[in-house]
Structures are given as structure tokens and as C-alpha cells.
Design a protein around this ligand. Structure first.
Ligand code: F0G
Length: 434
């Protein structure tokens, strides 16, 4: 079976990120028919759009805010002029996006970076940034009449796929690395009714198996090989610009796993520039765990020309990936925006997570890698004190509470006697220490 993308009806075609071949259809693995590399969605009609088109968009998007229509209250579909055309009845949305941009206080003081903010994508319906991309890709699956969707996942994609499939009344199955997915994420996939298959391998192994399965089994692939995922995820750039009142940040920093999110973010900003809505690009930097650092090694060892695969190991299980699918896209984003790729240790991630938590901002370990990475980038002088920095927090703190239980610097006291005097004595001791 082929997935159709009739250029006129849908307003887009797909282009290979490596050889540049343009195609209107893709096989179920979304590979280029010429060189087997990944595809990206492009919009040929936009090349002829008048300059006013871009400028008018700001007003259209603004007008839609506050509208009760599902396609307007979604923080993804509100920007639908820059997405593949999907008929209204096929749009699957749960008001994804619309996430807060929050200034940091303590970290800003400690790092002497007064303009430091977090974009909290963990505030999406299933608690991670995946929802923005899944909303678009599953809408395409619905429009194309699929009755099954699937993914391999370190946890968050499976939670999102399960929820959006339930919302679309489509069946789903997910392949997970057995014993390597946090309990919270597993609970979500089960609660939303996905068929959960735990495989004795890692994420990279699950994705490999899924390739084989999808060739033979009629299910629509929702991993980020699917270029429609990135179309949804790129809208975070539009939302950030609106929230910044169209003042461009100097740096945006994301964690990197399979490397689709950094790629999508870059695509979003580049499209805004093409349309004249912004005149330059923020530097987009990607942070990996030191034990799962294929992009860092690829950039360091061969300047981004050949992927260096690694055997991934990190307690930030969301980004425990050694063979990232979207590495070429991520390399172009680093090159096009002038961003850096950096690695951080397990301790640095834990420390950064605790620091974010101490200002009331919870996130999962993979997300905290951004703050850990920023410290290094600022220390090296790549980020300067006058600059505006946005850290993209990709997942909610409650996704991975087991990690937290082992974190340093927390004050869980007891069990103790249930009487007022015992509590007061303990409080007196605590007060004396402060
Ligand atoms: N942060 C979180 C919380 C994630 O769940 C992921 C990826 C990433 C960062 C990395 O994003 O892969 O686009 O570079 N999670 C995937 C999953 C792999 O299956 O949930 P990426």
C-alpha cells in the first residue's frame, strides 16, 4: 500500500533530505525511492505566495486564539496554513500545544543569564511534546483510511500514539524495550488501550523490528521517520514567536534522542524566515546524554557526514538512543542555525533537574539535559549574558517518578509519630538549619 499525498489537494509534496528527489507518494517507511533516506514535507505553492501572505498570517493566527472550534483552539492546527491540508472531519486534536513559556529565576541568576526561559512541552495532553506531531500524523492516517497505527518508543511516543488513536477511534500497537520504559509512560499506553508489546531489546532494536512488521502488516507508522510528525512538532517555533511578541530568541536548546524534535524546531523557524515573518534564525543547540551521544560523536569525528552509532546507556531513558533516524536533518539544523551539539553526564542531568525542580518547574530527566547543556555552552562563551535563551522542556515530571526518588537534595521525612509535638520538634530542627 502507498500513502498518497496528492500535491494539489494536500498542498505539499515530500522531498528527500539527502538526494533532493521530490515525490508525491511514499512507501510505508517513508523512505526516498531513490536513495532510501528520510523525506521531509515541502509546500511548492508557497514559493509563489506574495509577501503579504506571510504578514497576514500573524493576524489570522491571532484571531483564532480564543475561538472554541477544535481546529482553532489546537496550538498546532491554529497554524494550519503552514501544515498539510487535512479535511476538518479528519483532524484529530486534543488541544495540543498551547504550552507555557516561563522565565527562570534562580537559574537565570546563577548563570548570569537574565533572559532565560523554558518552553514547557510537558504541558501537552499526554505530558510530552510528542502530541503536537502525533496530532498531525494521525490525522493523515485517518484521512488515508488506516484502521491501525503503531510506533516503537522509549515511552512518550507510545503514550501519545495510544491516546490519539483512542481519540480517533483507531486501533494501536506499540513496541517497547522491555524493562526500559518508565512506569508512568507504560501506564499511559495501557490506560489508553494500546496493545503493548515489550521486546527483549533496546529502542533501536524495537524500531528495526517495526520496519519489518510494517512492511507486512497494514499499520500506519507514527515514529518520527514519518515526516508529518515533524510538521506538527515544528509549530512550537510559531508558538514561541507569538509568546515572544515576535522578538527572536538568540538560542533555543533541545534534548536529542532520535533527533526529530531539534529538526522540527529548525524547520519551523526556517519556514517563518522564508515567509518573511522573521529575518534571522535563533541558534538551535542539541544536547545529548554522554552515554547516548551519537550526534555529538558524529559532529566531532566527521563533521556530520557519517553517523557514528553507539550502544546507548543513560538513566534519561527517553533519549536512550544510539542509532538516531533523523541525524541528517539534525546536522542540517545545526549547520543552518549555527547551533552546537553538546553532551552532559548523568550527574549533570540530575543536578539540572533538581535545580529546575527547586524553582517549581518539574520535567523529566531528558528535558533537564537542556539546562545542563546550557551551563556548558555558557561556560564556553557560546551563550553570552545579554542573550535570550529558551530551553525546551520536552516531558512532564510525573512521567518518571522513579528517577526522582533517587535524586539528591530532597527532604522526605518519616514515617513519624502522628502527633503535633513530634511535628513541631522536627520543624524546629528544620528551621534551625535555615
Ligand atoms: N525528550 C523526551 C521527553 C522524549 O521522550 C524524547 C524522545 C526526546 C526528548 C528526544 O526527542 O527523539 O525527537 O530527539 N522520545 C521518543 C519516544 C524517542 O519514543 O518517546 P527526539
Amino acid at each position: 500500500m502507498k500513502t498518497m499525498a496528492n500535491a494539489q489537494a494536500t498542498g505539499h509534496v515530500m522531498r528527500c533530505v539527502h538526494c533532493g528527489k521530490v515525490q508525491e507518494t511514499a512507501d510505508r517507511m517513508f523512505h526516498c525511492t531513490q536513495c532510501s533516506e528520510l523525506l521531509e514535507v515541502v509546500y511548492p505553492e508557497r514559493a509563489d505566495a506574495p509577501r503579504e501572505f506571510g504578514l497576514r498570517l500573524r493576524e489570522i493566527w491571532e484571531e483564532r486564539r480564543g475561538s472554541p472550534l477544535p481546529e482553532n483552539s489546537s496550538g498546532v492546527w491554529r497554524f494550519r496554513e503552514l501544515l498539510p491540508r487535512v479535511e476538518r472531519q479528519h483532524i484529530v486534536t486534543m488541544s495540543e500545544g498551547n504550552t507555557p513559556l516561563i522565565p527562570l529565576k534562580k537559574a537565570a541568576r546563577a548563570l548570569r543569564l537574565p533572559h532565560l526561559l523554558v518552553k514547557h512541552q510537558g504541558m501537552n495532553p499526554t505530558g510530552s511534546f510528542k502530541d503536537t506531531g502525533i496530532s498531525v500524523a494521525i490525522s493523515i492516517a485517518k484521512a488515508e483510511g488506516f484502521s491501525w497505527v503503531c510506533c516503537a518508543s522509549t515511552g512518550n511516543t507510545s503514550a501519545s500514539v495510544a491516546a490519539y488513536a483512542a481519540c480517533a477511534e483507531i486501533k494501536s500497537f506499540v513496541l517497547l524495550p522491555a524493562g526500559q520504559v518508565s512506569a508512568g509512560k507504560l501506564a499511559q499506553a495501557l490506560e489508553y488501550g494500546a496493545h503493548v508489546l515489550q521486546l527483549r531489546t533496546d529502542f533501536d532494536g524495537c524500531l528495526k523490528v517495526l520496519h519489518d512488521v510494517v512492511r507486512k502488516f497494514p499499520a500506519y507508522l507514527l515514529n518520527s521517520l514519518n515526516p508529518y510528525r515533524l510538521e506538527g512538532q515544528k509549530t512550537v517555533a510559531f508558538e514561541v514567536m507569538e509568546q515572544m511578541n515576535w522578538t527572536l530568541p538568540d538560542h533555543v536548546i533541545v534534548p536529542g534522542g532520535n533527533l526529530a524534535n531539534g529538526s522540527a524546531l529548525g524547520k519551523g523557524f526556517m519556514e517563518l524566515r522564508e515567509l518573511g515573518l522573521i529575518t534571522s534564525l535563533p541558534k538551535i543547540s542539541i544536547i545529548q546524554a554522554a552515554g547516548a551521544n551519537p550526534l555529538v560523536r558524529t559532529m566531532r569525528e566527521n563533521g556530520g557526514t557519517q553517523l557514528v552509532r553507539v550502544n546507548a546507556e543513560t538513566r534519561a531513558t527517553a533519549i536512550r538512543i544510539g542509532n538516531p533516524a533523523s541525524w541528517r536533518k539534525a546536522v542540517s539544523v545545526l549547520n543552518n542555525t549555527g547551533g552546537m551539539c553538546e553532551e552532559v553526564s548523568e550527574n549533570e542531568i540530575a543536578q539540572a533537574k533538581a535545580e529546575l525542580g527547586s524553582e517549581g518547574i518539574g520535567c523529566e530527566p531528558a528535558s533537564a539535559a537542556t539546562l545542563a547543556g546550557l551551563k556548558k555552552l555558557a561556560g564556553a562563551g557560546f551563550v553570552r549574558p545579554s542573550e535570550t535563551v529558551i530551553l525546551v522542556l520536552t516531558g512532564h515530571m510525573l512521567k518518571d517518578v522513579d528517577y526522582m526518588k533517587q535524586a539528591p537534595g530532597q527532604s522526605l521525612i518519616g514515617p513519624m509519630e502522628a502527633d503535633g509535638d513530634s511535628v513541631i520538634r522536627t520543624l524546629e530542627q528544620i528551621y534551625a538549619q535555615h
